[in-house]
Design a protein around this ligand. Structure first.
Ligand code: 5AD
Ligand code: FES
Length: 350
């Protein structure tokens, strides 16, 4: 008990923690500990970002994927998934509508879809940056060779999201088929950083085979890699996948991890994810109160929303972008935060 208190103080004062210390905090996870960490995380976030919450317009432009991650509802083997691709015109129309609503960051997220060649994505990035030079473009399209990341950076891409999924190699291999490798995942993240992207890594909370030790390894990785963004949400089983019968991650553990990451990297951009809003009706609000400072409303056309089903029961699949934004703005206002519409660049430099 005394040890936990000491470790907590050490973290709050900005000292680095060892893996065993992170693991002890994760194992303890009492309401009192969460409350203490959330209060400290909230204070740290306010010193950098005040009560601002940044919005990112998420465009899920293809649910076709050549990979077969065991947890994912759009994996290659999901025969029941109804596949779609948005055209360049559709995507640009989403950006235009989003820009009208005040979005200044567009996140292009998709499966690893061979139809979207490096050149097609390059064109897309150029087209968006030409139409909206005041906006940041974030790509989230998986593992690529360094040259491809460089091509997209030269076209104007600003940021890249690639969750590491787990920093424990043995755990990584239990979540992915043998044709995917932990080493390549890490290579991608290091390439992205050295190319000058603002980089987001992250992991699901409560994924199958996760332990306090693997989560502690994730935190050690985050502590040394120092990404500008960290995406974390609960694992939610997806019907038809090998993990369909597994338990979902919990609200409590996700909130604890959000606070821990905020304390490790006080300037980090930390989204309260849709997955968190899916396991609890007030999940995103609770995420913000635990230290998050980003929300990512969906700008994809309503006609395809339900098809981008990484997991079951996903929220916000029926609302127009304007609706999503109004709803989130009201939710944030109710807990004393306001949505801001600037680019919201990270204060962490590479
Ligand atoms: N539950 C929660 N998150 C998931 N993701 C993929 N499948 C699931 C699931 N079943 C997350 C992964 C991926 C991100 C785009 O979505 O972490 O990197
Ligand atoms: Fe598409 Fe994992 S299933 S990247």
């Amino acid at each position: 008990m005394e040890k936990i208190r000491e470790t907590t103080e050490k973290l709050i004062s900005g000292e680095r923690l060892e893996k065993a210390e992170f693991a002890a905090l994760i194992r303890a996870n009492s309401p009192q500990l969460r409350e203490k960490l959330a209060a400290a995380a909230d204070e740290k976030r306010r010193t950098f970002y005040g009560s601002s919450v940044y919005i990112r317009g998420l465009i899920e432009f293809t649910n076709c994927c050549k990979n077969n991650c065991l947890y994912c509802g759009i994996r290659r083997s999901q025969v029941c998934a109804e596949r779609y691709r948005l055209s360049e015109e559709d995507i640009l129309a989403c950006c235009d509508a989003g820009h009208e609503l005040g979005f200044r960051t567009f996140v292009l997220q998709g499966g690893e879809d061979p139809y979207f060649t490096p050149e097609r994505i390059e064109d897309l990035v150029r087209a968006i940056k030409t139409a909206h030079p005041d906006c940041a473009v974030t790509l989230s399209v998986g593992e690529q060779p360094r040259e491809v990341y460089a091509l997209w950076k030269a076209a104007g891409a600003d940021r890249y999201l690639l969750r590491h999924e787990t920093a424990d190699k043995a755990h990584y291999e239990k979540l992915h088929p043998s044709e995917m490798s932990f080493e390549n995942r890490m290579r991608c993240l290091h390439d992205l950083k050295s190319l000058g992207y603002q980089v987001g890594c992250g992991m699901m909370i409560g994924s199958p085979f996760q332990t306090p030790e693997t989560l502690a390894e994730d935190l050690c990785f985050i502590q040394s890699f120092r990404p500008q963004m960290v995406g974390m949400g609960p694992f939610i089983p997806a019907a038809g996948t090998p993990f369909e019968k597994e338990r979902a991650g919990t609200l409590e553990e996700t909130l604890l991890l959000l606070s821990l990451v905020r304390l490790i990297l006080p300037e980090v951009l930390l989204p309260a994810t849709t997955a968190l809003g899916t396991i609890d009706p007030l999940g995103r609000e609770k995420g913000i109160l635990a230290g998050a400072n980003v929300v990512m409303p969906n700008l994809s056309p309503v006609s395809v929303r339900k098809k981008y089903a990484l997991y079951d029961s996903k929220i916000c699949t029926g609302d127009e972008a304007a609706e999503c934004l109004r709803c989130l703005a009201a939710r944030m206002h109710r807990i004393g935060f306001e949505i801001v519409t600037d680019r919201g660049d990270s204060k962490l430099v590479n």
